[in-house]
Each structure stands twice: as structure tokens, then as C-alpha cells.
Design a protein around this ligand. Structure first.
Ligand SMILES: [Zn+2]
Length: 453
């Protein structure tokens, strides 16, 4: 392990790079792997720093139980130095030979698939390595026979007989096409990497990460993957789910926590932000044991707000570096709507009142769409204000909510700041993001869509 240290620490210079802009927006990276296929070749390689410093920084973050930032650091290391074994191991990767002998950094499920003679194909997902040419020539396996793509489509025309694509964290079923399932699964793997860097403590403990730092090889996959059902069309989605959710036609995606599955549809009406939103509900609920009555009596806004915050996820590609993403941008997701409501319409439900609303009370409000954009704005504020000074408190609030031990005043207690002061700081924060705007007269009011769950 010691010989690898210099490479790890080369990265530590990145630690000194501010990743949070002064007003809003977090810049994060995604580690290149089988699914994400990003490369960071355009990145500037930082100067080498002392090895001890980097390790100390990782250890310090873990001692503070700051799992998210430790994962951010490990991800930044990997994006600069893709073969850094320590950082890879912290993120759950192992180095495994593929069927052609080349080695890949991958999670435990992928390792198992390689062991069984499969390869990951960027269009078709996991296929038998020896069948690659037939797949690429347009043949599809069906039992012991080979059939045409048209015949394959007929066999998988209904969702009950759909194709399934499995990755290290997701299991996607679709009757659209295998390619669509691969595309969705890889988008979700990317989102999961990003989410984990902001709320990593929901995914892995500081103690486990310290063990990985000390040499433990993690399994790096979910034995029970997140279940995702991807309907071929919007109409099929509506028809399949109407009985479970009478208002399904008003939704663009949904998460059912009892069944532990998200549902989306392909086609023109698909909204990528909604996919992020519902998947984030799924991550929070399923990543560690959650109280099934979470947010029943208070703080429902925070669970919706944080899901809305991830709607702002955008590629931050620059200089050929495709590993960069941004969250919480001034013009992204529902922030423009939140800003307009607060600063122009003077619409605002004070935090003390908002925090006292449980899920049913929130969903019954006549001003629900505006409350969603306000919740998005508040979540962005708590994640981004003054370089993230309230981020630990907001994480604490969400942990309390999902554990079922929150109170209407948990946020005040966690921040150590009164609701009234937070209300005022939120307004100031929005005013600051306004000054970043280019198109002051063309604010998009993206608060018309509302997740029902
Ligand atoms: Zn929602």
C-alpha cells in the first residue's frame, strides 16, 4: 500500500481548490467506470504535495464523520489518477480482468459478471463475451436460438416480460429496448455517485471508509439493487399505475416506497429532472434503514426540497473533461422559480410554519407547486449558503427525518440559528443568486410539476 501513497497524495492538491462558488453551485466529479465512461483528460494535474497531508486530510474528514467530503476527495483523486488504488477502493472499486485480459476498475457485481465470461457493452449491457459479434451484427439470443431485433421486441412487448439490465446499484426493467434500459441505468449510476458525495453517510459509515483506507476491499455493489421500472410510453405508464396512484397522469415519474420501486417512462415527455428527483427519494429511503412513516408529522418540505435540489444536476464539461457536474446552479432546476416567488411575488411560508407540516398536510396545500419551488430554494440555500455552512445541519435534519426522530424544531437545533434569521438569510441568498443571472426578464417558472409521493 505504501508505494501507492505518492499517487494518492498527488491528488491532495485538489483539496485546496474551492469547489463551492461564493454564492451557489457545487461542482462535483464523477469517477470514470464501466457505466459512466467519463474521462478527465483535460484536467490540470496539480502539483505534487506531501503524502502525509493527503492521508491526513482523508483521515480527518472521516474522524469528523464527514463521509460525503471524503468521497468527494476520493472521487477527485480518481478523476486525476484513475489507477489510484486507495481512492478506488474507498469508492468501492476493485481491479478485475475482463474477458479480453484487460483490467477494469469495477464494483462487485461487475466483477462477478466478468468472472462468468460476460462483458459490459455500452449499448446492450451485460452480454456473453463470445456473443459480441452476433449482437453487433443485429442478432439477439432467445433461449438456445438467435432471433432478429424485431422478434426480440415482440417477446418483450409488455413490462411483465420486459428486458432487464443490472448494474452495480440498479436493476432496470423495460419494455422499450435494452439500449434504453442501459442508458437509464448509466444515468442513474452517475446520479448515485453525485448523491453519495453529498449525502454519503446514508450510504456508508465513516468507520467503513476508514477500514477501506486501511486496506479493506469493499464489495462495492448493492445485493438488493434499486428497482426501476421503465415504461415504453407515457400512456403505458399511466395505465399500469392508475390503480396504485389515481393522480398518476399528473406525474412525470414516481417512487413507491412500500414496493421500493421507481417508475419512469421513455419518450418526448420524459423529464430528466424528475428522474433525478424520484431516484433521490429512493436513495434516501433505501440506503439505510428508514422509518416507514418518515416526515409524517413534520419537516416534509425537506424531503421534497432535497429531491428538487438534485433536479438541478447538470453537466459541467469543460476543456474536454467530461467528469464534471454541477448542483444548485443559479439558473438550474427550480431555483429561478423559487427566486421569483420570494423576491418578486413575495410568496413565502416562514420556516417555522413550513417545518410543522407533515407529508399529508403538505400535499393537501392549495399552494403546493409554489411550496415545492420554495422547498427547492430552501434546500439549495441549506446546501450552498456561504460555502455550505449549513450543509452539516441539513444532513443532520435529513438523517433525523428518515430515522423518524425529528421534531418541528430540529432544524433550529441543528443550525443553532433561529427560524427568523434563517428566513432572512434565505432571502439574502436568493438576492445574491439573482445578481448572477444573465436573463433577468426571462425567469422560467418551473414549479408547475409536482411529485405526488
Ligand atoms: Zn417528491
Amino acid at each position: 500500500m505504501l508505494v501507492l501513497l505518492p499517487r494518492l497524495l498527488l491528488i491532495l492538491a485538489l483539496l485546496s481548490v474551492a469547489v463551492h462558488c461564493a454564492v451557489a453551485e457545487t461542482q462535483l466529479r464523477v469517477a470514470g467506470d464501466l457505466y459512466t465512461q467519463v474521462n478527465s483528460e483535460g484536467s490540470q494535474v496539480p502539483p505534487v504535495v506531501e503524502n502525509d497531508l493527503a492521508l491526513t486530510q482523508l483521515s480527518n474528514l472521516l474522524a469528523e464523520e464527514n463521509v460525503g467530503e471524503a468521497l468527494q476527495l476520493a472521487t477527485r483523486v480518481v478523476s486525476l489518477d484513475p489507477d489510484n488504488a486507495i481512492a478506488r477502493r474507498m469508492l468501492g472499486y476493485q481491479l478485475v480482468p475482463g474477458p479480453d485480459g484487460t483490467e477494469h476498475w469495477c464494483g462487485g457485481y461487475a466483477a462477478l459478471m466478468y468472472e462468468r465470461g460476460n462483458l459490459w457493452h455500452e449499448e446492450f449491457g451485460w452480454i456473453k463475451a463470445g456473443d459480441r459479434d452476433r449482437w453487433e451484427a443485429g442478432e439477439r439470443p432467445w433461449g438456445k436460438k438467435w432471433i432478429t431485433p424485431t422478434e426480440d421486441g415482440e417477446h418483450h412487448a409488455t413490462i411483465a416480460r420486459g428486458w432487464t439490465v443490472r448494474t452495480d446499484h440498479f436493476h432496470v426493467t423495460t419494455n422499450h429496448s435494452r439500449e434504453a434500459a442501459v442508458d437509464l441505468a448509466t444515468r442513474l449510476e452517475t446520479l448515485h455517485q453525485i448523491w453519495r458525495q453529498q449525502f454519503g453517510e446514508f450510504d456508508v459509515s465513516a468507520r467503513e471508509l476508514q477500514a477501506r483506507l486501511d486496506g479493506k476491499q469493499p464489495t462495492g455493489y448493492r445485493r438488493k439493487p434499486f428497482k426501476v421500472i421503465y415504461h415504453r410510453t407515457r400512456d403505458q405508464y399511466n395505465a399500469a399505475l392508475l390503480r396504485r396512484q389515481p393522480q398518476i397522469a399528473k406525474t412525470l415519474g414516481i417512487y413507491f416506497d412500500r414496493e421500493r420501486e421507481t417508475h419512469f417512462f421513455a419518450g418526448e415527455d420524459q423529464d430528466p429532472g424528475t428522474i433525478y428527483h424520484e431516484a433521490v427519494h429512493q436513495f434516501f429511503f433505501e440506503s439505510r434503514k428508514a422509518n416507514k412513516n418518515f416526515a409524517r408529522l413534520a419537516n416534509a418540505w425537506a424531503t421534497e426540497g432535497v429531491a428538487c435540489y438534485f433536479e438541478s444536476l447538470a453537466r459541467g464539461e469543460r476543456n474536454g473533461d467530461s467528469s464534471m457536474y454541477t448542483l444548485g446552479g443559479a439558473e438550474a432546476g427550480r431555483l429561478p422559480a423559487a427566486r421569483h416567488r420570494r423576491l418578486v411575488d413575495n410568496y413565502y411560508v416562514p420556516l417555522e410554519e413550513l417545518s410543522s407540516l407533515g407529508m399529508l398536510e403538505l400535499q393537501r396545500r392549495k399552494d403546493l407547486p409554489r411550496l415545492y419551488s420554495q422547498s427547492a430554494g430552501l434546500a439549495t440555500f441549506f446546501m450552498e449558503y456561504e460555502g455550505g455552512k449549513y450543509r452539516p445541519a441539513f444532513r443532520e435534519l435529513l438523517a433525523a427525518i428518515y430515522a423518524g426522530r425529528d421534531e418541528p424544531t430540529t432544524l433550529e437545533a441543528a443550525t443553532g440559528v433561529s427560524f427568523e434569521t434563517l428566513d432572512e438569510q434565505y432571502r439574502e441568498f436568493l438576492a445574491l443568486t439573482k445578481s448572477l443571472q444573465q436573463k433577468t426578464n426571462h425567469e422560467e417558472h418551473k414549479d408547475h410539476k409536482v411529485g405526488i409521493d
